[in-house]
Structure formats: C-alpha cells, structure tokens
Design a protein around this ligand. Structure first.
Ligand code: NAD
Ligand code: ZN
Ligand code: ZN
Length: 398
C-alpha cells in the first residue's frame, strides 16, 4: 500500500546546493532493521535549521544524496503493529533526536545520546550526517521510529493548526534555546549574554526571558538579526564594532560580566571587530569564559564537529580548537554541550505556547514557505535573513 504513494523531499546535492527530488515513500523499516514501533507521518511543517546549513555549506562530511530535515511536525497516517498509544490523525511534534526509550541514556533522560539508534556513535537525528542514517523530514512523508516514546501529541488538533508556527519550534530550536539558558543557570534576575542572533540565539533569548532573566544581551554582526532581538525586549551588541565584548557589556550593565552565557553560534564563528569577515572557531567559547562571572554557567547549544573539511587550519579540520580553557578552570565555570535532549522540555514549552506565555514564532520571525520554495529559503537563510523558514509541504498552514 505504502509504495503506491509518491513522496518529495529536500536533497543535499553538493556544497552550496539543495534540490527538491522525488524520494521513496517511507517504510516502517530502515535498511534491514524493521520498525514495527514506528509511524508514518504526513508532514505538517518542517523547519530549515542552522545545523542543516553546516552540511549544505560543505562544512561536514555529509555526502550528496542525503534527504535533509530534522525539525518535523506531522499527522499520523500509518502505524506499526507495536504502536500502542497513538491514533491515526494525531498531530505530533517530533524531537529531532531519535531515541529508543530503552537504553541507559534514554532512561536517564539523555535522549540526545541514545545508545541504540546509531551504530557509529551515541545519538541520532533525522536527515543528518553521522547521525545513524535516518531519512530526513523536509519532505511530504517521513517515518518516525519508537513512536510511542518519541512523539509529543498535541491535545487539540484545531488549536494545534492555529498555533502551528509556534508549535513547530518544539521539534528543536525552542527546547534547544531553553536548554542553553537552563544549563547556563539562567533564573529570575539573571543577566545573560547570548552569542548569535540566528533562530537558536533568538529562541535562547526568549527562553531566558521566560525563565525570568533581568537583562538579556544578544551579540551578532548581522544588524537585521540584532533588530529582531530588540523587537522583543533584548539589549544588543554589534560585534562589527571595534570595542571588546566586556566593554560593550559594561556600557549596558555597569560591569563587564554577566551571570550566564549561551553560545548559539558554534564552530563557524566569526572574529569580532574589523576582521569580522574571517572565521575564528573558538572565539565564542573564549569570549564566554571572559565575560561569564566566576562560578557561572556556559550553555553551548552551538554545534562543534569532529571533522570540518572547510576549516582554515589542520587542527580545526579534526575539530581541535584553540581554547583558553585555563581561564574557564580558574573561574570554576560549568560547561554543557551537545544535542539538546528535546524531550526534557517539549511538553512544558508546548503548554507555554498554548497558554500564550511566549510568542516564539514572533521572536524568531517565522516565514512559511512551500516545499518548492525550500532551495530559496536555504539561500536566504545562508545570506543571514532575520527569519526562521518553515516549510509547509501540503499547504496545511493558514
Ligand atoms: P545561524 O547560522 O542562523 O546563526 C548563527 C549566528 O551566529 C549568525 O547570525 C552569525 O552571524 C552569528 N555569529 C557568527 N559569529 C559570531 C560571534 N563570534 N559572536 C556572535 N554571533 C556570531 O544558526 P542557528 O539556526 O541560529 O543555529 C545556531 C547554532 O546552533 C548552530 O551551530 C546550530 O548547528 C546549532 N544547533 C544546535 C542544536 C543542539 O541541539 N545543540 C540544535 C539546533 C541548532
Ligand atoms: Zn535544527
Ligand atoms: Zn536509547
């Protein structure tokens, strides 16, 4: 039955390029591994992420032919025989991390590093290099394994479709930004420096506000993205300026340090000041150690890799960066890295959206596009558009 369906998706075809191609309709299997615990979703929305851009820019070992997409919201249209607690027609948010629900890490809530879903290393994701070979969901249909465990069902379908531009952020960037703020120790009255005003940085900034931060300062070298951060009450610093980050923070706070730092940039970080066009992969990590108070926390959702073919130095090509770690040690900093374990947060953040405690779609400036417009969305996002692109493959979003 399934094989009669057509399917189309966003395929990485080589550095700088993605195309819409006909792809296989999903089966309840991957390779020779059967997935009776899985469901097939009709994709309602699927977002383009900065993490996709690392692959599309040729900055990972991703191979052409990869079907992209790890930020997925969908409607259940087919269920494996072992799925017990979902129904056909349910609208669900898919955590981007694939997790078995059975291993030691899943049982401890560390679903970003599940031990059973990727033969190569701990942790898996849809449509991502080195993440277990699971087919991505920037497509019309996608298969989600271990569905009872992974999926978050929205309580009311009509309400879900009404608030879909916010709810679609639950698959990744809202929990990811929130995790960055939580692990940096943000709470009522905190002062926070968020590096990066892309969608993850904006989600971290809005999350810090939700957590009660007194002052959230966002830094970037993209003026449109900084304006977007100001639109919901953040302070901003423009890193193209010829001033140091501590000096710029001092102008706002009266002191050159913050309680908590969140790195929402990752390894493609650019230098500060007049050389801001050049990359300097460890600059955000080093800046965070400089400006975060002693005993403070540094949340690091920004992505770092073990292999970067496009790096400027041989060391960086194997993921080795020049970090001023002694400073972090001297200041007793805590660092939290890695994939966000989405499931730790998505239910509560769903409630925050449904009860209008936060307008995450507005904070990240959602623009809904069709599947055919996805390559243009990738291009505009790569050029630094102050937008979060949400693909609507079936025209289900108003
Ligand atoms: P993005 O590329 O849209 O945003 C990154 C921003 O950082 C850009 O606006 C860029 O101008 C800015 N920037 C560059 N150098 C900087 C510097 N030195 N200081 C401050 N800002 C600087 O990406 P995004 O979608 O917002 O994602 C951000 C990062 O988070 C990416 O590395 C992505 O892979 C990662 N990510 C991680 C997780 C996770 O689970 N840990 C999940 C989603 C995304
Ligand atoms: Zn993502
Ligand atoms: Zn597991």
């Amino acid at each position: 039955m399934s094989s009669n369906h057509a399917n189309r998706g966003v395929v990485y075809t080589g550095p700088g390029n993605v195309e819409i191609q006909n792809i296989a309709y999903p089966e309840l299997a991957i390779g020779n591994r059967s997935c009776h615990h899985g469901v097939i979703l009709k994709v309602v929305t699927t977002n383009i992420c900065g993490s996709d851009q690392h692959m599309v820019r040729g900055r990972t070992t991703a191979q052409p032919g990869l079907v992209l997409g790890h930020e997925i919201t969908g409607m259940v249209v087919e269920m494996g025989r072992d799925v017990e607690y979902l129904e056909l027609g349910d609208i669900v948010s898919v955590p981007f991390n694939i997790a078995c629900g059975r291993c030691r890490n899943c049982r401890e809530g560390n679903t970003g590093v599940c031990l059973n879903v990727n033969p190569g290393r701990a942790g898996a994701a849809f449509g991502y290099v080195d993440m277990g070979g699971w087919v991505g969901g920037q497509s019309e249909y996608v298969m989600v394994p271990y569905a009872d465990f992974n999926l978050l069902k929205f309580p009311d379908k009509e309400q879900a479709l009404e608030k879909i531009t916010g709810l679609t952020m639950l698959s990744d960037i809202f929990p990811t930004g929130f995790h960055g703020a939580v692990t940096a120790g943000v709470g009522p009255g905190s002062t926070v420096y968020v590096a990066g005003a892309g969608p993850v940085g904006l989600a971290a900034a809005a999350s810090a506000q939700l957590l009660g931060a007194a002052c959230v300062i966002v830094g970037d070298m993209n003026p449109d993205r900084l304006a977007q951060a100001r639109s919901f009450g953040c302070e901003t610093i423009d890193l193209r300026q010829d001033a140091t980050v501590p000096d710029m923070l001092e102008k706002i706070l009266g002191i050159p340090e913050v309680d908590a730092g969140v790195d929402c940039v990752g390894f493609e970080a650019h230098a500060h000041g007049c050389s801001h066009h050049k990359e300097q992969p460890a600059i955000v990590l080093n800046t965070m150690m400089e400006v975060t108070r002693a005993a403070g926390g540094i949340g690091i959702p920004g992505l770092y890799v073990t292999g970067d073919p496009g790096a400027a130095t041989d060391a960086a090509k194997t993921g080795q960066l020049s970090m001023n770690f002694g400073l972090g040690w001297a200041k007793s900093h805590s660092f939290v890295t890695g994939q966000c374990p989405v499931m730790k947060y998505h239910r509560q953040l769903m409630q925050a959206i449904l009860w209008d405690k936060i307008d995450i779609a507005k904070a990240v400036n959602v623009q809904v596009i069709s599947l055919d417009e996805a390559p243009d969305g990738y291009h505009a996002f790569d050029q630094g558009a102050a937008k979060k692109f949400v693909i609507d493959p079936h025209g289900m979003v108003n």
